[in-house]
Design a protein. Structure first.
Length: 122
């Protein structure tokens, strides 16, 4: 019975899981990502419209990918985006992005926002 009480106490004390919020993600994106990225235009970094599900290093019209990212073979799944945003260099050594989002809630929010950027019709 003591173990059950301990388990229940631990569960009660655990923080609730963060529900990803695309609106918060858009705000974080504007504050932390927009200096180099845009949903629709390549800048210092590639455009992000349609990034979820895209093969890394293949954004149309962006030609300055690092060799490491081009040969990574990564597909931008939500899990890979989370790992990338947490620590790009750990995921793809030799890549060129010089920023990360260490806060898991911010990463989840940004990924929720990126999911809203469906691929544009061509």
């Amino acid at each position: 019975m003591t173990q059950l009480r301990l388990a229940l106490a631990l569960l009660a004390a655990a923080p609730l899981a963060h529900a990803a919020d695309a609106a918060r993600g858009q705000a974080v994106y504007q504050a932390r990502c927009a200096a180099c990225h845009s949903p629709d235009f390549n800048g210092a970094g590639p455009a992000h419209r349609g990034v979820v599900g895209r093969l890394a290093g293949t954004a149309k019209g962006f030609g300055t990918y690092s060799a490491a990212l081009k040969r990574s073979g990564l597909t931008w799944t939500e899990a890979n985006l989370d790992r990338w945003l947490a620590d790009p260099e750990a995921l793809v050594p030799g890549q060129a992005m010089g920023i990360n989002l260490p806060d898991a809630a911010e990463r989840a929010d940004v990924i929720a926002f990126l999911r809203t950027l469906a691929k544009a019709k061509e």
